[in-house]
Design a binder for this molecule. Structure first.
Ligand code: FAD
Length: 318
């Protein structure tokens, strides 16, 4: 079986999460004694052959209007057709917002079993068993995929990106595709902001910060550390911060390497969206705050005293 990894790009760069998915696919291919190929759709100024640096031998490129990349029906037809033409048995996506729309449709078209949100390499010693988080990250389940064809979406930061060196052969494909059924009339981009879903570091604030006028310290620390900003739902509901920053059960589920929570109680619904973070740092003035139970590092203190010191310490590091 060959393995196909759908590789997303934005503003002339391949998305880091997609590169992780490539490393993951290459590792499975190595285990299975087969090859992994990347699939890139639309135009990008990134050099396609550079994906060989992550271990793929070939990059299939399908030229299409970049607006079509947001059309899940169109994109699922594209990915499924390439997978069928290339006789691919396993299609891998990073578990991004767009993959959440495309991957299940591809699975239906290929009659494939699908695992969404895989967190480890499959165990192939007795079939094909994949681990994924369930119950908002409180438990891990192992799912055996029985179909020959399979679709996996890989959680962000679940598999380390590995550079192998090398250059991939680029093959342009021209599959017959349906007309896109959506029209994009405009795109509003927030300049300079690190997308929360892909951020490696996240600085997040809760109601303990008392009001939107105190978000300067969250933004300053985020800027200094190259982090995205997030907030609790209580903060978004109070319109202190935009709703796209709200993380948790009803917001975005994230898994950065660092989640830095300031003045957030750590309610179960909040933890549901952040407890897959690799390292959690909590600042809260209440030593009984539930978040401390989930934290790797905790500071009991007033955010208005602690944060300026942390900001200064980061600045001193240069
Ligand atoms: C169905 C449902 C879904 C929900 N989904 C979500 C969700 O997705 N995400 C989410 O976040 N919430 C969600 N909630 C809400 C959740 O239950 C909590 O109400 C919310 O997370 C609380 O936000 P908070 O911790 O910012 O505020 P609070 O609960 O008010 O906590 C503020 C914290 O700040 C600390 N504090 C106060 N002053 C300071 C200071 N000066 N310095 C340091 N610390 C200080 C306090 O000790 C306290 O722990 C959901 C609730 C329900 C019922």
């Amino acid at each position: 079986m060959s393995i196909l990894i759908y590789t997303e790009h934005q503003e002339g760069k391949f998305k880091k999460n997609s590169l992780e998915a490539i490393s993951y696919g290459v590792a499975i291919a190595t285990q299975a004694g087969t090859e992994a190929y990347a699939l890139v759709a639309g135009s990008t100024s990134a050099t396609l052959s550079d994906l060989g640096n992550y271990g793929v031998k070939k990059v299939f490129h399908v030229a299409t209007d970049n607006n079509n990349l947001s059309d899940t029906k169109f994109m699922s037809a594209l990915v499924a057709q390439v997978a069928q033409e290339q006789q691919t048995d396993l299609v891998i996506f990073s578990n991004t917002l767009s993959a959440k729309g495309i991957a299940p449709r591809v699975a239906v078209k290929l009659k494939a079993g699908m695992i969404s949100g895989a967190v480890a390499l499959p165990d192939t010693s007795n079939g094909f068993i994949v681990k994924k988080n369930v119950f908002s990250g409180k438990a891990v389940t192992e799912i055996k995929v029985l179909t020959t064809k399979k679709v996996i979406t890989l959680n962000a930061n679940a598999y380390e990106l590995k550079e192998t060196g090398g250059s991939a052969e680029v093959i342009n494909l021209n599959p017959t595709l349906p007309a896109s059924s959506i029209t994009i009339t405009g795109v509003n981009k927030t300049a300079g902001e690190i997308p929360l879903a892909e951020a490696e570091r996240v600085i997040s604030g809760g109601r303990g910060l008392k009001g939107p006028e105190h978000w300067g310290m969250i933004e300053e620390l985020a800027k200094l550390t190259g982090a995205a900003t997030a907030c609790s739902r209580a903060v978004a509901d109070a319109h202190w911060r935009p709703h796209h920053e709200h993380v948790g059960q009803t917001g975005l589920a994230i898994s950065p390497n660092l989640y830095f929570a300031v003045g957030i109680s750590g309610a179960i619904q909040h933890l549901a969206g952040v407890n897959r973070s690799k390292t959690i740092v909590v600042i809260n003035k209440d030593p009984e705050a539930p978040f401390f139970k989930a934290a790797d590092y905790g500071i009991v203190g007033d955010a208005f005293e602690v944060m300026p010191k942390i900001i200064q310490a980061v600045k001193d590091l240069g």
